[in-house]
Design a protein around this ligand. Sequence first.
Ligand SMILES: NC(=O)c1ccc[n+]([C@@H]2O[C@H](COP(=O)([O-])OP(=O)(O)OC[C@H]3O[C@@H](n4cnc5c(N)ncnc54)[C@H](O)[C@@H]3O)[C@@H](O)[C@H]2O)c1
Length: 488
Amino acid sequence: MKAAIVGGGVIGGGWAARFLLYGWDVAVFDPSPKIGSQLEAILTNAGRSLPALADVPMPPRGKLSLVASIEDAVAGADWVQESVPEDLAIKHKVIAEIEAHAPARAILGSSTSGFKPSQLQEGAQEPGRILVAHPFNPVYLLPLVEIVAGAGGDVAARDAACDMLRSIGMAPLIVRQEIDAHIADRFLEAVWREALWLVKDDVATTEEIDDAIRYGFGLRWAQMGMFETYRLAGGEEGMAHFIRQFGPCLSWPWTKLMDVPELDEELVDKIASQSDAQSGQYSIRELEAIRDRNLVGILRTLKERNWGAGKLLNESDARLAERARSPAGTGDADAAPLRLLESTVLPAWIDYNGHMTEFRYVQVFSDSSEVLFRRVGMHDEYVESGFSYYTAETHNQFYDEVGADEPYYTTVQVLLADPKRLHVFFRMHAAADDRLLATLEAMYLHVEMASGKVVAAADAATEKLMALAELHAALEKPASAGRFVGQR
Ligand SMILES: NC(=O)c1ccc[n+]([C@@H]2O[C@H](COP(=O)([O-])OP(=O)(O)OC[C@H]3O[C@@H](n4cnc5c(N)ncnc54)[C@H](O)[C@@H]3O)[C@@H](O)[C@H]2O)c1
C-alpha cells in the first residue's frame, strides 16, 4: 500500500511516520527546504515510541521517498493525506492538483482542524472521496482521527477509509454532522478560551493551569473521558442525580465562555514569557521526547488493563498478529529450512543491558511455531475443534546479541513428523548479515484437549509435515540437535 503525504510538517510528518511504521510506502511532497531534517526528527521520535506499544511484530517498515511534486507523490497512492497550512485557498489549490493526478481509487483525507468537508469539496471534480481525517499530535501515538464526510461525502468511501485507518492502529470517530472544528477541537477551544482568560486576568500562570490539568482531571480524562467520570461523581444515584445537583451552577457567573479575550501583543507576550519560564529549560525536541515516553507509559498501562485507548492497542495487536501469521516467503518447494517469521526486535523487548531479553526468544520461537502450524492448515478453527500441538520438550541455545529495531527472521527444519509427534529445529537470524542469534529444538505432541490424550493429527496436516520432514532430511542435521544442557 502507498500513502502520499502533501505537506510534511508537524502533522504530515506524523502521518508519514505512522504509515511507514505500519508497513506502507510513503511519498512526501513539501516545498520547504527543511523538509528532510524535519521529517527525520519526527521519524526518530516515532520509531522509538510507536513500536514500543506493540506486543506482536509490526510489519516491516515501508519505504520513504521525498518527491518534487504533488504529481509524483500521488502516483499509485491508495491514500492521499493533505496536511498543508490551515488556509482554505492553499488547501483548494493543493486539492485540485491532487485530484488531477491521483488514482481514481485513492481516498483524499484532509488534516484540517477547522474547515468543514463541504468547504474543502467546493469546486472539486469528485467531491465524494474528499474527507476530513483530523488527527491529533503526535499522529504516530494518538489513535483518534475524526472522520467527516459531510453531506457531499460518499458513505462507501468513508467506510473504506475507516477500515484503512484501523489497519494503521487508528480509531476513526465518525462525525455525523459537519460543524466548524469537528468535535474535539470545538471542545478544546472552550477550555483554551477559559485558560486565556485565567492568564489575562492574572488568576493563574500557564504552569498553574497545566498543574490543574495534569495533577487532576487530565488523568481522569485520559482513561474515562468526561461523562463516564461524572457518572461516578453522582455516586450510586448516577448521572441524572449528578446533573440535577450541579446543573444549576451553569447559570452562575463562572465561565467567560461567550467572551473571547482580545489576543493583543500584551497577552501574547505574557503567555509566551510565562511559558518560557515554565518550560524554557527544555528544547522542543526534548519536550517531544518526554511527551512521547510519557504517552507510551500511560498507553501501556491502559493496555494491560484493556481499557480506553489501551483496549484499541490490544485490538490492533490482534490484527497485526493475524497478518504476521500469514505465510512469509514461498519456501515449501525449496530443500532449505523453511522461513517463517520476518520482523524486527521490538523496543519493549530490550533488557537493561541494551539487548533482547531472554524470554522474548521463547516468544519469537513460539510465534514461529504458530506460523508453521498455520502453514500446514491448522488455523484457529482447528484448535477450536478441540485439538492442538502441546510443547513437550524444548532446548534453547543463545549465540549472539541483538538490539532494538534490528530486523530478524526465523526458519524451521523439521527433523521428524509422524501422526502424533513433531520434532523441529528453529533458528533465529539477524536479517542484516544472516548471523545466527539463537536456536530452539522442540518436540510437540498432538493432543485431544478434552481428554488430554495424545492422538493422531488430521491427515492433511500430518501429510504436509511429513513431506517437509522428508524434504529437510536432505539438509545437514543441525550440529547441536539432540544436545544436552552443558554438553561440551
Ligand atoms: N498542529 C496540530 O496540532 C494540528 C493537529 C491536527 C490537525 N492540524 C492540521 O494539520 C494541517 C497542518 O498543520 P501543521 O501543524 O502540520 O502545520 P506545519 O506548519 O507544521 O506544516 C505545514 C507544512 O505544509 C507545507 N506546505 C506549505 N504549502 C504547501 C504546499 N502548497 N504543498 C505542500 N506542502 C506545503 C509547509 O512547508 C509545512 O512543512 C493544518 O490543516 C492543521 O489545521 C494541526
